[in-house]
Design a protein around this ligand. Structure first.
Ligand code: G3I
Ligand code: 9MR
Length: 687
């Protein structure tokens, strides 16, 4: 059936749009026969699957007038659920008109496809109570593959085993960071840590948000993460594996503090290396100039670390205390040096051309650090340093590496009991609710039912989306309002395939996923499959790499922002991976999976709850007479019967739950009915 559907669609009058999906499919290196086998390339579902108790939906571009759909078993094709799609809606970033099929109410575990009569089927997907556990483990394990200064052995890394790279035990102080005690060329040891992204450098600013997010994920769902065995070298010790993995990076960040308390902005080569394995990149590594943002990010992360590792004193004696002492020294340095920006162009001898993570505004970093230090010390002096009246206030927005105050808000709200009586916490809940509501509005307004706004589709869009979802999820944890949890669930749907490209952006997961990420080990290791569990940056309407890619013979086939993604190694602006992009993925997956296991409330369709719409109608024909019934009793305000070409054959305004129209000619007709909630329709192909 899928093959037939594709052939049928090739002759569709809307050929131009159809060929877009096929071009995308083929540019991903998938053969035509596989493309045919996978189902209708315009019918998009979460390719990893759905949890029984959560919201579930698929989306179809070029949907027919008839809104009916089914869930069918795989294999077998038996119809197990029938429903009606929502109204067709247009989304300009993809130039798409889509219909959403919500099957939240269907909760039976198994393997299924979505089927739209006359339009084929989706990929197969699973509904299962632990469907996200393999994805969660892989998303965390991806950090193990990013480790500097250690060989990855076959026992833990399988076919991606590799030699150690970047021992970083002989790092030079760059002239920009020189002090009398540590002059230019002074040799430091700063081993361990994760490679930032597709490149091999280690950046404090980006480590801050990334590691915080993993630790925060742990704090939200410790019972779940405690059960995960990641098969890493530390798996047999008595710390949870997620914390062990985070420590690999924290142990490096810890070393990045200068004697005066300030923190080097990054540890880096002068230029990006080629696409070689870690062990082949032998260029000199430097620590560069200290900056206010790196120092405050350091303070925040070390304070959070101290708070968590108080509970693990036996495993790491004295560690919590020394992290806190370092955090306070960093805070003091930043107070004395409130606006030292890292401006890469000002560095010389050598010049440095790697990731800048430049950010001239450190007020949000100060708020984050102050909130973490308040939690770690229960002293109000950090709080009043940023909230002089004592009252919580300020600008809080979706987190990113250069916008971090909301991280402090989430930490504080999660541990609010420990702040009561220490500082004035009023206003914090309503602030998180209002940003969470922004995220929820993005979801409700998006025809794909995903929390993606038009402006989100720039460099690292996957993380913009995931971070929005994560703060909504935090608000769900505080408010128990499941519609905010659905923001998190539907963000995963976007990342794993319910998007206009029909692609899972996570390596190794889903039927179509990145095979050529901008990731040096994946490119250089000679293994076909990229390292799994890494999320690609995702669609980026600015396409800053288009010239670099053109030079390598790869070009973006479409210029619309939601379609600006290419599965090509050259594409650092859409297909790179990064530690700060994977971290919210881990938190969402683990948080939602834990919620399902430990008993969160069963979801209702957020679309249904917040938008109008979905009145199922039943139609039956007797000769030339058609009876139309609203199945849930909603009054029908208007009913139209149309020919297949759209000509109205009969029309009535019954204002009751059922009606009969006479004189309907034989042949295919379409019945559309309107209630106070909007239109639904079905065709005689479906009755
Ligand atoms: O945020 C604005 C947005 O408001 C605006 O509408 C849009 C229009 O231009 O631009 C957005 O800014 C973009 C910003 O990322 C978003 O965070 C910038 O154009 C874009 O240049 C910037 O890209 C950063 C990129 O480095 C280049 O500096 C990415 O955030 C950042 O994640 C990325 O980080 C790199 C490291 O430097 C090196 N290692 C790899 C890593 C990932 O690619
Ligand atoms: O690999 C680099 C990647 O990590 C960065 O995000 C990106 C933008 O700074 O730059 C990549 O490196 C490219 C460089 O900017 C230009 N020459 C080619 C490099 C590798 O593709």
């Amino acid at each position: 059936m899928p093959t037939q559907d594709l052939e049928r669609q090739d002759t569709d009058p809307e050929d131009a749009v159809i060929s877009r999906s096929i071009a995308v499919t083929l540019s991903l290196g998938i053969t035509a026969s596989f493309a045919a086998d996978r189902g209708n390339p315009n019918l998009h579902a979460n390719q990893v699957g759905y949890l029984p108790g959560q919201v579930k939906a698929a989306a179809l571009r070029l949907a027919p007038v008839d809104s009916s759909f089914q869930i069918i078993s795989e294999p077998g094709g038996e119809v197990v659920y029938e429903g009606f799609g929502g109204p067709k809606k247009y989304w300009s970033p993809a130039d798409d008109t889509v219909r959403l099929y919500d099957f939240t109410a269907f909760r039976t575990p198994g393997t299924y496809r979505v089927q739209v009569p006359g339009n084929g089927v989706s990929y197969p997907f699973e509904i299962s109570p632990e469907v996200y556990t393999p994805a969660t483990k892989a998303a965390i394990k991806s950090y193990y593959y990013q480790r500097a200064s250690i060989a990855l052995t076959a026992e833990f890394a399988g076919k991606w085993a590799r030699a150690a790279g970047h021992p970083d035990n002989q790092v030079l102080v760059h002239g920009s960071a020189a002090t009398p005690e540590r002059p230019r060329g002074f040799v430091l040891s700063s081993p361990k840590g994760w490679y930032d992204a597709g490149d091999y450098n280690k950046y404090v600013v980006n480590s801050g948000i990334s590691t915080w997010t993993l630790l925060d994920a742990y704090l939200m769902s410790p019972a779940y993460f405690d059960t995960l065995n990641l098969n890493i070298p530390e798996s047999s010790n008595d710390l949870p594996d997620l914390l062990d993995e985070a420590l690999w990076n924290i142990d490096w960040v810890y070393t990045m503090q200068d004697l005066d308390g300030g923190v080097y902005h990054k540890l880096t080569t002068a230029k990006f290396s080629g696409f070689v394995m870690p062990s082949a990149d032998k260029a000199v590594r430097y620590v560069v100039q200290k900056s206010t943002t790196a120092t405050l990010d350091y303070a925040a992360l070390m304070a959070q670390t101290s708070r968590i590792f108080r509970k693990f004193e036996a495993q790491r004696p004295g560690f919590a205390d020394s992290c806190l002492a370092r955090a306070i020294r960093a805070w003091d340095w930043a107070a004395a040096n409130p606006s030292v920006a890292y401006i890469q162009d000002s560095l010389t001898n050598p010049t440095v051309a790697t990731g800048e993570y430049g950010d001239g505004r450190s007020s949000d970093e100060r708020i984050w650090a102050a909130m973490e230090l308040t939690l770690a010390t229960r002293r109000d002096s950090f709080w009043t340093a940023v909230f002089p009246t004592g009252k919580f206030s300020g600008t809080f927005q979706n987190p990113s590496w250069n916008q971090v105050s909301t991280l402090g808000l989430m930490s504080a709200l999660n541990a609010i009991d420990s702040l009561v009586g220490v500082v004035d916490t009023s206003g914090m809940r309503s602030k998180l609710r209002s940003i969470g509501t922004e995220a929820r509005n993005r979801m409700l307004l998006n025809p794909y039912l995903v929390p993606v706004g038009t402006k989100d589709l720039s460099w690292g869009s996957s993380s913009t989306i995931a971070n929005y979802a994560l703060l909504a999820f935090h608000w769900y944890k505080l408010s128990a309002d499941t519609s905010y949890r659905s923001v998190a669930v539907t963000a995963l749907d976007w990342l794993y395939g319910r998007n206009p490209l029909g692609v899972s952006f996570v390596t190794g997961f889903g039927q179509i996923s990145p095979m050529h990420p901008h990731h040096r080990p994946s490119g250089a290791d000679g293994i076909v499959e990229p390292i799994p569990g890494l999320v690609a940056g995702g669609p980026n309407g600015q396409r800053q790499d288009s010239a670099a890619c053109e030079a390598e013979g790869a070009s973006y086939p479409y210029l619309l922002s939601a379609l600006s993604w290419i599965d090509a190694e050259c594409s650092y602006a859409s297909n790179e991976v990064a530690i700060n992009w994977n971290a919210p993925l881990v938190a969402l997956l683990g948080g939602i999976q834990a919620d399902e296991i430990y008993g969160g409330a069963t979801a209702v369709s957020p679309w249904k709850a917040h938008r109008s719409g979905w009145m199922p109608i039943g139609v039956s024909r007797k000769g030339s007479s058609l009876s139309v019934l609203s199945k849930d009793g909603t009054p029908l305000l208007e009913v139209r019967v149309m020919s297949a070409s759209g000509r109205t054959l009969a029309r009535t305004e019954p204002h009751s739950a059922s009606t009969t129209l006479e004189g309907i000619p034989a042949g295919l007709v379409v019945v559309a009915a309107r209630s106070a909630q909007g239109w639904v329709s079905t065709s005689s192909a479906g009755f």
